[in-house]
Design a protein around this ligand. Sequence first.
Ligand code: FEO
Length: 408
Amino acid sequence: MRIENNVVIDKVSKDLIILRYNDTSTKYFEALWEIPEGVTYNAYLLIDDDTAILFDTWKKGLENDFLNALSSIIDIRDLDYVVIHHMEPDHSGSIKTLYERNPGITFIGHPMTSKLMRNLYGISPKFRAVKDNEILSTKNYQLVFIHAPWLHWPETMFTYIPPQIKALMTCDVFGAYTIPKSVFIDELSDEYISSMRKYFANIIGFYKDNVIKNLDKVLAVTKGSIEIIAPAHGAVIKGNLVNKAINLYREFALKTPVNRKIVIAYSSMYGFVDGIMSHVAHVLGDGGFNVSIYKFTDKERASIGDLIGEANNALGIVLGVSTYDTEPFPLMDYIINLLIKKLKGGKPVLLITDYGWGGDVVLRHVKTRLEKAGFTVIDAISVNGIPTKEDLDKIDIALQSLKQALTQ
Ligand code: FEO
Protein backbone atom coordinates (compact mmCIF):
# COMPACT_ATOMS: atom_id res chain seq x y z
CA MET A 1 0.00 0.00 0.00
CA ARG A 2 1.23 3.49 -0.88
CA ILE A 3 -0.06 6.45 1.12
CA GLU A 4 1.00 9.96 0.25
CA ASN A 5 -0.78 13.30 0.61
CA ASN A 6 -4.13 11.66 1.38
CA VAL A 7 -3.77 9.32 -1.60
CA VAL A 8 -3.88 5.55 -1.10
CA ILE A 9 -2.95 3.16 -3.90
CA ASP A 10 -3.17 -0.56 -3.28
CA LYS A 11 -4.04 -3.85 -4.89
CA VAL A 12 -7.57 -5.10 -4.25
CA SER A 13 -6.85 -8.39 -5.98
CA LYS A 14 -4.98 -9.66 -8.98
CA ASP A 15 -5.24 -7.02 -11.73
CA LEU A 16 -7.52 -4.72 -9.72
CA ILE A 17 -6.08 -1.62 -8.05
CA ILE A 18 -7.77 0.91 -5.81
CA LEU A 19 -6.97 4.62 -6.04
CA ARG A 20 -8.38 6.22 -2.92
CA TYR A 21 -8.44 9.83 -1.79
CA ASN A 22 -8.88 10.50 1.94
CA ASP A 23 -10.89 13.71 2.11
CA THR A 24 -10.37 15.37 5.47
CA SER A 25 -11.31 18.88 4.38
CA THR A 26 -14.94 18.61 3.26
CA LYS A 27 -17.02 19.68 6.24
CA TYR A 28 -20.45 19.19 4.71
CA PHE A 29 -20.94 16.30 2.30
CA GLU A 30 -23.26 17.33 -0.54
CA ALA A 31 -22.98 20.78 1.13
CA LEU A 32 -25.45 19.37 3.65
CA TRP A 33 -24.26 16.56 5.92
CA GLU A 34 -21.72 17.09 8.72
CA ILE A 35 -18.78 14.73 8.27
CA PRO A 36 -16.07 15.39 10.88
CA GLU A 37 -15.14 11.72 10.32
CA GLY A 38 -14.10 12.45 6.71
CA VAL A 39 -14.87 10.50 3.58
CA THR A 40 -12.95 8.70 0.86
CA TYR A 41 -13.43 8.62 -2.89
CA ASN A 42 -12.51 5.23 -4.31
CA ALA A 43 -11.73 4.70 -7.97
CA TYR A 44 -10.58 1.34 -9.32
CA LEU A 45 -8.33 0.35 -12.19
CA LEU A 46 -8.42 -3.04 -13.91
CA ILE A 47 -5.39 -3.86 -16.00
CA ASP A 48 -5.90 -7.07 -17.92
CA ASP A 49 -3.15 -7.85 -20.36
CA ASP A 50 -3.29 -4.92 -22.81
CA THR A 51 -6.66 -3.53 -21.70
CA ALA A 52 -6.88 -0.82 -19.03
CA ILE A 53 -10.27 0.08 -17.57
CA LEU A 54 -10.83 2.79 -14.99
CA PHE A 55 -13.94 2.76 -12.81
CA ASP A 56 -14.97 6.23 -11.61
CA THR A 57 -12.70 9.03 -10.44
CA TRP A 58 -12.63 11.43 -7.45
CA LYS A 59 -14.45 14.55 -6.42
CA LYS A 60 -14.48 17.60 -8.66
CA GLY A 61 -11.56 19.82 -7.64
CA LEU A 62 -9.19 16.87 -7.16
CA GLU A 63 -8.37 16.48 -10.85
CA ASN A 64 -4.64 17.10 -10.48
CA ASP A 65 -4.31 14.72 -7.54
CA PHE A 66 -6.27 12.11 -9.43
CA LEU A 67 -4.27 12.37 -12.62
CA ASN A 68 -1.00 12.27 -10.69
CA ALA A 69 -2.11 9.13 -8.85
CA LEU A 70 -3.31 7.46 -12.02
CA SER A 71 -0.16 8.44 -13.94
CA SER A 72 1.94 6.76 -11.26
CA ILE A 73 0.39 3.45 -12.35
CA ILE A 74 -0.35 3.82 -16.04
CA ASP A 75 0.25 6.21 -18.91
CA ILE A 76 -3.10 7.96 -19.35
CA ARG A 77 -2.73 7.55 -23.11
CA ASP A 78 -2.98 3.77 -22.51
CA LEU A 79 -6.33 4.01 -20.80
CA ASP A 80 -8.96 2.29 -22.98
CA TYR A 81 -12.18 2.68 -21.04
CA VAL A 82 -13.60 4.73 -18.19
CA VAL A 83 -16.69 3.18 -16.63
CA ILE A 84 -19.00 5.75 -15.02
CA HIS A 85 -21.14 4.13 -12.36
CA HIS A 86 -22.73 7.40 -11.33
CA MET A 87 -22.39 10.98 -12.53
CA GLU A 88 -22.50 12.83 -9.20
CA PRO A 89 -19.34 14.95 -9.21
CA ASP A 90 -17.80 13.29 -6.14
CA HIS A 91 -17.09 10.40 -8.55
CA SER A 92 -17.08 11.93 -12.02
CA GLY A 93 -14.92 14.96 -11.10
CA SER A 94 -11.95 14.05 -13.31
CA ILE A 95 -13.67 12.79 -16.45
CA LYS A 96 -13.26 16.05 -18.36
CA THR A 97 -9.54 16.23 -17.61
CA LEU A 98 -9.12 12.57 -18.56
CA TYR A 99 -10.90 13.18 -21.85
CA GLU A 100 -8.72 16.22 -22.56
CA ARG A 101 -5.58 14.18 -21.88
CA ASN A 102 -6.76 11.19 -23.90
CA PRO A 103 -9.62 11.91 -26.34
CA GLY A 104 -9.43 8.28 -27.49
CA ILE A 105 -10.92 6.93 -24.25
CA THR A 106 -14.28 5.21 -24.58
CA PHE A 107 -16.53 6.15 -21.69
CA ILE A 108 -19.02 3.50 -20.62
CA GLY A 109 -22.23 4.10 -18.72
CA HIS A 110 -25.98 3.92 -18.48
CA PRO A 111 -27.76 5.40 -21.52
CA MET A 112 -28.61 8.52 -19.46
CA THR A 113 -24.96 9.19 -18.68
CA SER A 114 -23.91 10.84 -21.95
CA LYS A 115 -26.47 13.62 -21.51
CA LEU A 116 -25.23 14.23 -17.98
CA MET A 117 -21.64 14.37 -19.23
CA ARG A 118 -22.68 17.10 -21.61
CA ASN A 119 -24.73 18.97 -19.03
CA LEU A 120 -22.30 18.75 -16.11
CA TYR A 121 -18.96 18.93 -17.95
CA GLY A 122 -19.73 20.19 -21.46
CA ILE A 123 -18.08 17.15 -23.09
CA SER A 124 -19.29 14.60 -25.62
CA PRO A 125 -16.57 11.96 -25.72
CA LYS A 126 -16.73 8.53 -27.34
CA PHE A 127 -19.45 6.84 -25.34
CA ARG A 128 -20.78 3.31 -25.13
CA ALA A 129 -24.22 3.19 -23.58
CA VAL A 130 -24.60 -0.23 -22.02
CA LYS A 131 -27.82 -2.15 -21.62
CA ASP A 132 -28.69 -3.85 -18.36
CA ASN A 133 -26.48 -6.96 -17.99
CA GLU A 134 -24.41 -6.12 -21.07
CA ILE A 135 -20.99 -7.75 -21.06
CA LEU A 136 -17.57 -6.39 -21.98
CA SER A 137 -14.98 -9.12 -22.42
CA THR A 138 -11.28 -8.62 -21.85
CA LYS A 139 -8.69 -11.36 -22.08
CA ASN A 140 -9.37 -12.80 -18.63
CA TYR A 141 -12.56 -11.13 -17.46
CA GLN A 142 -16.15 -10.68 -18.43
CA LEU A 143 -17.40 -7.42 -17.05
CA VAL A 144 -21.15 -7.35 -16.46
CA PHE A 145 -22.77 -3.91 -16.25
CA ILE A 146 -25.85 -4.02 -14.04
CA HIS A 147 -28.29 -1.11 -14.01
CA ALA A 148 -29.15 -0.16 -10.43
CA PRO A 149 -31.49 2.78 -10.97
CA TRP A 150 -32.22 5.23 -8.16
CA LEU A 151 -29.38 4.16 -5.91
CA HIS A 152 -29.39 7.07 -5.83
CA TRP A 153 -29.54 8.66 -9.27
CA PRO A 154 -31.43 7.19 -12.21
CA GLU A 155 -28.25 6.37 -14.12
CA THR A 156 -26.53 4.43 -11.32
CA MET A 157 -25.04 1.12 -12.34
CA PHE A 158 -22.77 -1.54 -10.86
CA THR A 159 -20.04 -3.61 -12.50
CA TYR A 160 -19.47 -7.26 -11.68
CA ILE A 161 -16.14 -8.74 -12.69
CA PRO A 162 -16.04 -12.52 -12.97
CA PRO A 163 -14.58 -15.04 -13.21
CA GLN A 164 -11.36 -14.81 -11.15
CA ILE A 165 -12.00 -11.70 -9.06
CA LYS A 166 -15.78 -11.83 -8.50
CA ALA A 167 -15.75 -8.21 -7.44
CA LEU A 168 -18.89 -6.08 -7.45
CA MET A 169 -18.37 -2.34 -7.77
CA THR A 170 -21.30 -0.54 -6.24
CA CYS A 171 -20.47 3.17 -6.16
CA ASP A 172 -22.46 4.83 -3.30
CA VAL A 173 -24.15 1.60 -2.23
CA PHE A 174 -22.27 -0.09 0.68
CA GLY A 175 -20.35 3.16 1.11
CA ALA A 176 -19.56 4.70 4.49
CA TYR A 177 -18.48 8.03 5.90
CA THR A 178 -15.11 7.20 7.35
CA ILE A 179 -11.46 7.09 6.48
CA PRO A 180 -10.53 3.47 7.11
CA LYS A 181 -6.96 2.72 8.20
CA SER A 182 -6.59 0.12 5.49
CA VAL A 183 -8.25 -0.68 2.19
CA PHE A 184 -10.17 -3.68 3.57
CA ILE A 185 -12.03 -3.96 6.84
CA ASP A 186 -11.53 -6.99 9.07
CA GLU A 187 -14.95 -6.84 10.66
CA LEU A 188 -18.20 -4.96 10.42
CA SER A 189 -17.81 -3.35 13.83
CA ASP A 190 -20.63 -1.35 15.43
CA GLU A 191 -18.69 1.78 14.59
CA TYR A 192 -18.34 0.82 10.94
CA ILE A 193 -21.99 -0.19 10.70
CA SER A 194 -22.95 3.25 12.07
CA SER A 195 -20.84 4.90 9.36
CA MET A 196 -22.55 2.78 6.70
CA ARG A 197 -25.98 3.45 8.13
CA LYS A 198 -25.39 7.18 8.30
CA TYR A 199 -24.23 7.22 4.69
CA PHE A 200 -27.19 5.11 3.63
CA ALA A 201 -29.78 7.19 5.49
CA ASN A 202 -28.36 10.53 4.36
CA ILE A 203 -27.73 9.70 0.72
CA ILE A 204 -29.82 6.70 -0.32
CA GLY A 205 -32.59 6.80 2.30
CA PHE A 206 -35.04 8.65 0.06
CA TYR A 207 -34.76 5.81 -2.48
CA LYS A 208 -34.84 2.93 0.02
CA ASP A 209 -37.67 1.16 -1.81
CA ASN A 210 -35.26 0.52 -4.68
CA VAL A 211 -32.64 -1.12 -2.48
CA ILE A 212 -34.28 -4.51 -2.00
CA LYS A 213 -35.31 -4.63 -5.66
CA ASN A 214 -31.79 -3.92 -6.86
CA LEU A 215 -30.11 -6.21 -4.32
CA ASP A 216 -32.30 -9.10 -5.40
CA LYS A 217 -31.52 -8.37 -9.01
CA VAL A 218 -27.76 -8.20 -8.39
CA LEU A 219 -27.84 -11.47 -6.44
CA ALA A 220 -29.68 -13.12 -9.35
CA VAL A 221 -27.24 -11.82 -11.97
CA THR A 222 -24.16 -12.76 -9.93
CA LYS A 223 -25.77 -16.00 -8.69
CA GLY A 224 -24.75 -14.80 -5.26
CA SER A 225 -21.13 -15.37 -6.08
CA ILE A 226 -19.62 -12.11 -4.85
CA GLU A 227 -16.24 -12.25 -3.15
CA ILE A 228 -15.52 -8.54 -2.98
CA ILE A 229 -17.74 -5.48 -2.67
CA ALA A 230 -15.84 -2.45 -3.87
CA PRO A 231 -17.78 0.73 -3.04
CA ALA A 232 -16.79 4.27 -3.96
CA HIS A 233 -16.68 5.48 -0.33
CA GLY A 234 -15.18 3.74 2.69
CA ALA A 235 -13.62 0.30 2.95
CA VAL A 236 -13.57 -2.63 0.54
CA ILE A 237 -15.55 -5.57 1.91
CA LYS A 238 -14.54 -9.15 1.23
CA GLY A 239 -14.96 -12.78 2.26
CA ASN A 240 -17.61 -13.61 4.79
CA LEU A 241 -18.32 -9.92 5.38
CA VAL A 242 -19.94 -9.67 1.93
CA ASN A 243 -23.13 -11.47 2.94
CA LYS A 244 -23.22 -9.64 6.25
CA ALA A 245 -23.03 -6.32 4.40
CA ILE A 246 -25.83 -7.36 2.05
CA ASN A 247 -28.02 -8.33 5.01
CA LEU A 248 -27.19 -5.05 6.71
CA TYR A 249 -28.33 -3.18 3.65
CA ARG A 250 -31.66 -5.00 3.77
CA GLU A 251 -31.90 -3.98 7.43
CA PHE A 252 -31.22 -0.35 6.49
CA ALA A 253 -33.77 -0.40 3.66
CA LEU A 254 -36.44 -2.00 5.86
CA LYS A 255 -35.60 0.35 8.78
CA THR A 256 -35.44 -2.71 11.05
CA PRO A 257 -35.17 -1.56 14.69
CA VAL A 258 -31.86 -2.48 16.32
CA ASN A 259 -30.35 -2.22 19.81
CA ARG A 260 -33.62 -1.05 21.44
CA LYS A 261 -32.66 2.38 20.20
CA ILE A 262 -34.80 5.46 20.80
CA VAL A 263 -33.74 8.73 19.22
CA ILE A 264 -34.65 11.88 21.12
CA ALA A 265 -34.31 15.11 19.13
CA TYR A 266 -35.26 18.50 20.45
CA SER A 267 -34.73 22.21 20.37
CA SER A 268 -34.62 24.30 23.51
CA MET A 269 -33.95 28.03 23.43
CA TYR A 270 -34.29 28.78 27.16
CA GLY A 271 -34.26 25.39 28.85
CA PHE A 272 -37.98 24.57 29.03
CA VAL A 273 -37.91 21.72 26.50
CA ASP A 274 -34.49 20.68 27.79
CA GLY A 275 -35.94 20.03 31.24
CA ILE A 276 -38.83 18.00 29.83
CA MET A 277 -36.55 15.93 27.60
CA SER A 278 -34.14 15.16 30.46
CA HIS A 279 -37.08 13.59 32.23
CA VAL A 280 -38.13 11.71 29.07
CA ALA A 281 -34.60 10.38 28.53
CA HIS A 282 -34.40 9.29 32.14
CA VAL A 283 -37.68 7.39 32.06
CA LEU A 284 -36.87 5.66 28.75
CA GLY A 285 -33.31 4.82 29.87
CA ASP A 286 -34.67 3.29 33.08
CA GLY A 287 -37.11 1.33 30.93
CA GLY A 288 -34.20 -0.48 29.30
CA PHE A 289 -34.09 1.49 26.07
CA ASN A 290 -30.89 2.68 24.51
CA VAL A 291 -31.43 6.41 24.21
CA SER A 292 -29.53 8.73 21.86
CA ILE A 293 -30.08 12.43 22.41
CA TYR A 294 -29.71 15.09 19.71
CA LYS A 295 -30.18 18.58 21.08
CA PHE A 296 -30.27 21.98 19.50
CA THR A 297 -29.73 24.66 22.13
CA ASP A 298 -27.75 27.84 22.70
CA LYS A 299 -24.83 25.65 23.78
CA GLU A 300 -24.79 22.80 21.33
CA ARG A 301 -25.96 21.75 17.93
CA ALA A 302 -26.03 18.02 17.28
CA SER A 303 -25.10 16.37 13.97
CA ILE A 304 -28.22 16.14 11.84
CA GLY A 305 -26.54 13.53 9.61
CA ASP A 306 -25.95 11.29 12.64
CA LEU A 307 -29.51 11.88 13.85
CA ILE A 308 -31.03 10.76 10.54
CA GLY A 309 -28.67 7.75 10.46
CA GLU A 310 -29.64 6.56 13.94
CA ALA A 311 -33.33 7.30 13.46
CA ASN A 312 -33.36 5.02 10.39
CA ASN A 313 -33.00 1.89 12.54
CA ALA A 314 -34.46 3.19 15.79
CA LEU A 315 -37.41 1.58 17.55
CA GLY A 316 -39.00 4.96 18.05
CA ILE A 317 -38.46 8.70 18.03
CA VAL A 318 -39.27 11.42 20.56
CA LEU A 319 -39.42 14.96 19.23
CA GLY A 320 -39.35 18.06 21.43
CA VAL A 321 -40.20 21.16 19.47
CA SER A 322 -40.05 24.71 20.77
CA THR A 323 -42.15 27.41 19.14
CA TYR A 324 -40.53 30.16 17.10
CA ASP A 325 -42.48 32.97 15.38
CA THR A 326 -45.65 30.89 15.78
CA GLU A 327 -44.04 28.01 13.90
CA PRO A 328 -41.84 25.02 14.79
CA PHE A 329 -38.31 26.06 15.77
CA PRO A 330 -36.53 26.31 12.35
CA LEU A 331 -33.94 23.59 12.99
CA MET A 332 -36.61 21.17 14.21
CA ASP A 333 -38.75 22.08 11.21
CA TYR A 334 -35.80 21.15 9.00
CA ILE A 335 -35.16 17.92 10.92
CA ILE A 336 -38.83 16.93 10.72
CA ASN A 337 -38.71 17.53 6.96
CA LEU A 338 -35.62 15.33 6.67
CA LEU A 339 -37.16 12.57 8.81
CA ILE A 340 -40.22 12.63 6.56
CA LYS A 341 -38.12 12.65 3.38
CA LYS A 342 -35.47 10.10 4.34
CA LEU A 343 -37.39 7.71 6.62
CA LYS A 344 -40.82 8.02 5.02
CA GLY A 345 -42.68 7.13 8.19
CA GLY A 346 -42.96 3.69 9.71
CA LYS A 347 -41.80 4.65 13.22
CA PRO A 348 -43.72 5.45 16.40
CA VAL A 349 -43.22 9.06 17.46
CA LEU A 350 -43.95 10.86 20.72
CA LEU A 351 -44.32 14.58 20.09
CA ILE A 352 -43.99 17.28 22.73
CA THR A 353 -44.14 20.97 21.88
CA ASP A 354 -43.67 24.01 24.06
CA TYR A 355 -44.86 27.58 23.54
CA GLY A 356 -44.72 30.86 25.43
CA TRP A 357 -47.71 32.70 24.11
CA GLY A 358 -50.40 31.69 21.64
CA GLY A 359 -51.68 28.13 21.57
CA ASP A 360 -50.91 24.63 20.40
CA VAL A 361 -50.84 25.45 16.69
CA VAL A 362 -47.32 24.01 16.30
CA LEU A 363 -48.40 20.74 17.87
CA ARG A 364 -51.28 20.29 15.44
CA HIS A 365 -49.19 21.35 12.48
CA VAL A 366 -46.30 18.94 13.20
CA LYS A 367 -48.59 16.06 14.19
CA THR A 368 -50.52 16.32 10.93
CA ARG A 369 -47.31 16.36 8.88
CA LEU A 370 -45.88 13.32 10.65
CA GLU A 371 -49.09 11.32 10.36
CA LYS A 372 -49.47 12.19 6.70
CA ALA A 373 -45.94 10.88 6.14
CA GLY A 374 -46.75 7.53 7.74
CA PHE A 375 -45.39 7.97 11.26
CA THR A 376 -47.54 6.73 14.13
CA VAL A 377 -47.91 9.57 16.60
CA ILE A 378 -48.34 7.76 19.91
CA ASP A 379 -49.21 10.99 21.69
CA ALA A 380 -48.87 14.70 21.12
CA ILE A 381 -48.57 17.00 24.11
CA SER A 382 -48.41 20.75 24.12
CA VAL A 383 -46.82 22.53 27.11
CA ASN A 384 -47.12 26.24 27.87
CA GLY A 385 -43.73 27.30 29.29
CA ILE A 386 -42.84 25.44 32.46
CA PRO A 387 -44.61 22.07 32.53
CA THR A 388 -47.30 21.87 35.20
CA LYS A 389 -47.90 18.81 37.34
CA GLU A 390 -50.74 17.99 34.96
CA ASP A 391 -48.39 18.26 31.95
CA LEU A 392 -45.85 15.98 33.61
CA ASP A 393 -48.55 13.42 34.40
CA LYS A 394 -49.65 13.52 30.75
CA ILE A 395 -46.05 13.05 29.62
CA ASP A 396 -45.59 10.07 31.94
CA ILE A 397 -48.77 8.46 30.60
CA ALA A 398 -47.53 9.11 27.03
CA LEU A 399 -44.19 7.50 27.89
CA GLN A 400 -46.01 4.42 29.18
CA SER A 401 -47.93 4.24 25.89
CA LEU A 402 -44.68 4.63 23.93
CA LYS A 403 -42.94 1.89 25.93
CA GLN A 404 -45.93 -0.39 25.40
CA ALA A 405 -45.97 0.30 21.65
CA LEU A 406 -42.25 -0.42 21.43
CA THR A 407 -42.36 -3.69 23.29
CA GLN A 408 -45.26 -5.22 21.37
FE1 FEO B 1 -20.94 9.45 -3.78
FE2 FEO B 1 -24.01 9.97 -5.18
O1 FEO B 1 -22.20 10.19 -4.94
